[in-house]
Design a binder for this molecule. Sequence first.
Ligand code: AMP
Ligand code: MG
Length: 487
Amino acid sequence: MKALDELTFDNRFARLGDAFSTHVLPEPLDEPRLVVASKAAMALLDLDPAVAETSVFAELFGGHKLWAEAEPRAMVYSGHQFGGYTPQLGDGRGLLLGEVYNEAGKHWDLHLKGAGMTPYSRMGDGRAVLRSSIREFLASEALHALGIPTSRALCVIGSSTPVWREKQERGAMVLRLAHSHIRFGHFEYFYYTKKPEQQAELAEHVLNLHYPECREQPEPYLAMFREIVERNAEMIAKWQAYGFCHGVMNTDNMSILGITFDFGPFAFLDDFDAHFICNHSDHEGRYSFSNQVPIGQWNLSALAQALTPFISVDALKEALGLYLPLYQAHYLDLMRRRLGLTTAEDADQQLVERLLKLMQNSGVDYTLFLRHLGDEPAALAVARLRDDFVDLAGFDAWAEQYKARVARDGDYTQEQRRERMHAVNPLYILRNYLAQNAIAAAESGDYSEVRRLHEVLTRPFEEQAGMEQYAQRPPDWGKHLEISCSS
Ligand code: AMP
Ligand code: MG
């Protein structure tokens, strides 16, 4: 286990030079203090969890101190935002502090979000507020615990620095970890600014560092693009299967590693609603829950366009064609498991779709229904859950089909069924209202609720004693919280 001054840096992205990023120092927060830290994320850097409580920790991640070997950089990129191309974006309020490698030889980018103005801040102040930093922290660690690929979060540092949004709030920083912070928008930037040399350098960098196995293929860049398509199909299948709505799927928020990235107005579904829009600035519903699937493909096409200097259009099209079938296969596989099925039948897709439609019409809590479906043998479980539905005849017809399907699936004990289903059906998810309660307490200086909620969400599949209040449907006030982009 390491102390804070024992981290080993290797700043490979910084070495690409000034065409890719700009050197900027973090702007310190006033009176930095630890709000919450993730022991699991600290372990990725081999850090001793005890160091989170030291004042040096808050100073480092609150922008006051810097390792001598760190090379803080603001990255430049562009991207398609809500379907339109924005020629220049970049780290407007975040800095890549450097790459740290751990004892296992894995590299982790340390990215400090809310670190002050950069050349890419445009109209912004370079800051992040406590509210959005807590949301990003909780979401990263919660998604990871659910098995959904995501960037990680080491800690949130709070402060007394005033930051203006719709009202005065307090500035905070979140330290994000990922193997790379390169986005689809990085490739788009060099493509649209017509800088083929830098674009080739970027492609080499990504291939060497993140897709080295593609080097063995006859067309390494094509192999890499295929892998990106596959990872995105799998990530989005997991979002859909677990009811996660990202909210701002612009190409500058899409990672070339196929991990969930840049958390804004995201939400987990409470009641199942395919048309749910979590971002109240998204008037058209471009990034509604069910649109995430086609948008995933749209975003990959935008990346494909930027890769046309390296890969033929026909090959790119063929690779893009992998997305939907792969998505469907992953999604159906996960949903079968969530329903407790161990075998595959053609009609399973219809079984899932019928259930979702019934849940949609009756406003049934998506997570709790699937969790409780495994509590008891199928016949007893559906009888108990029936009361949640308005269309009783519809539900009864579905329940008959489900029971027959379960009977054909195999011979297992209820013990086995419960264990298998509970291992894929979380009891605890990051509901918006739970995050809101934790944020309200933190804004008045009490961080205990954020820490407790984080703890609960690190073991979402395990029933935890005394934590019943985290496994309930939201109260009425918590159902329709409006979350904006202004974070
Ligand atoms: P986002 O919607 O958070 O993905 O941000 C889109 C772009 O705006 C990115 O280039 C961000 O760095 C930038 N940005 C967002 N908030 C701020 C802020 N408060 N100050 C400066 N830049 C920001
Ligand atoms: Mg972003």
